[in-house]
Design a protein around this ligand. Structure first.
Ligand code: NAD
Ligand code: MG
Length: 382
């Protein structure tokens, strides 16, 4: 039996993880489950899985959580410090499935205890790149990439020498708007209606703007040190090939699978072994064809912005991420049109002096907070 904590247990990745655990209850002891606020849903999960601890990051929801857990013997806690404390409890595997830079401090806590972390929370790695990877090294922690593309690359690299890699290609579905002619009238409902994947609202909008692929480019840069020039992006609308690795002898290894996050999550849960999932196997004759296109960075500039942020270095990726979080929230709240999202990120990156490269978690969080304030100002001025 292995122990597990799930940060962001009520979300899309959290639910898919718990679905797999539910099917293999005898294999797992659930230690901590966390959510932002969804107290009743979290309490129900904590009771179902016999968790030791349930944490709401938003302290104002703690009363409701306590009430929903009364008589269960399950510990309830609330607030950012409690979230970090939960992440620092000893477990065999931490699933990092909080959305946004809000997940960074708990990920860092799991890293600092030298844990094994199934990392879905890409924004943590984008914001804190060097700081987080250095901490992983220093504390002997293990990051298991859970994002489907990075999990695919991780699988294609297994057993091979990274110095033999000629290039890594991230596949992108192109999102729900790839073939939509007029991007100026896109509504939040259209943007979150992903053709292949069922995901949380923020990453769905990121897929529509292609910022998701931009964030994933930065994520890949830190996870797989082959250099930015060897990282490519190709649009592959069927989302069957989840990414590929080309070796110097001309061999390209690809990982294929259904568009179901339970496949990469299962790969992390069972790593380095394998486990059963209920996912539909691929039906290649039914698919009949796989197609590939170069990304259109004139219509979807986000991947270019991400590449430029990586090249600029320093705090630029953290600034890009924070500006994007503010812009996506504003779009979902119907405060800005779809096309303003990437424009706001570009403006925030261009405005003022770029802070130097953060050297600690605190400095990353300072850049994040300052950028949020700056992006909110840009929003109000518009
Ligand atoms: P989601 O919105 O469905 O769930 C997010 C979870 O985080 C919820 O449990 C929520 O309560 C919690 N949360 C939200 N804000 C918080 C805060 N401020 N503090 C603490 N907890 C907070 O998101 P998701 O789609 O499951 O995505 C989670 C992460 O995984 C994201 O970083 C996303 O990019 C990544 N990811 C998701 C998918 C997918 O298929 N959903 C695929 C690849 C990567
Ligand atoms: Mg992905």
């Amino acid at each position: 039996m292995r122990s597990i904590s799930i940060l962001g247990a009520t979300g899309s990745i959290g639910s898919s993880t718990l679905d797999l655990i539910r099917r293999n209850r005898a294999d797992w002891r659930v230690v901590a489950l966390t959510a932002n606020c969804q107290a009743r849903e979290l309490a129900a999960l904590a009771r179902e899985f016999g968790a030791e601890l349930a944490v709401v990051a938003d302290e104002s929801c703690l009363g409701e959580l306590r009430e929903a857990l009364s008589g269960s013997g399950i510990e309830a806690a609330g607030g950012r410090t409690a979230l970090v404390e939960a992440a620092s409890r000893e477990v065999d595997l931490t699933v990092a499935a909080i959305v946004g830079c809000a997940g960074l401090a708990p990920v860092m806590a799991a890293v600092e205890r030298g844990g094994t972390i199934a990392l879905a929370n890409k924004e943590a790695l984008v914001s804190a790149g060097e700081v987080l990877t250095a901490a992983v090294e220093r504390h002997g922690a293990t990051l298991l990439p859970t994002d489907s593309e990075h999990n695919a690359i991780f699988q294609c690299l297994a057993g091979n020498d990274i110095s033999d890699v000629r290039s890594i290609t991230l596949t992108a579905s192109g999102g729900p708007l790839r073939t939509v002619a007029d991007l100026s009238t896109v509504t939040p409902e259209q943007a979150v209606a992903h053709p292949n994947w069922d995901m949380g609202a923020k990453i769905s909008v990121d897929s529509a703007t292609m910022m998701n692929k931009g964030l994933e480019l930065i994520e890949a840069y830190h996870l797989f040190p082959v250099g930015l020039d060897r990282l490519k992006i190709v649009v592959h609308p069927q989302s069957v090939i989840h990414s590929m690795v080309e070796y110097r002898d001309g061999s390209t290894l690809a990982q294929l699978g259904p568009s179901d996050m339970r496949v990469p999550i299962a790969s992390c849960l069972a790593w380095p072994a394998r486990m059963d999932t209920p996912c539909e196997p691929l039906d290649l004759p039914a698919l009949s064809e796989l197609t590939f296109f170069a990304p259109d960075e004139d219509r979807f500039p986000a991947t270019r912005l991400a590449r430029e942020a990586l090249k600029a270095g320093g705090a630029a990726p953290a600034v890009l991420n924070a500006a994007n979080e503010i812009a996506v929230a504003a779009f979902l709240a119907r405060q800005i049109p779809f096309s303003r999202i990437a424009a706001m990120v570009a403006e925030t990156l261009a405005r003022g002096n770029m802070p130097p490269a953060p050297r600690s978690l605190e400095e990353v969080l300072q850049v994040d907070a300052a950028t949020r304030a700056r992006a909110s100002e840009i929003l109000e001025l518009a």
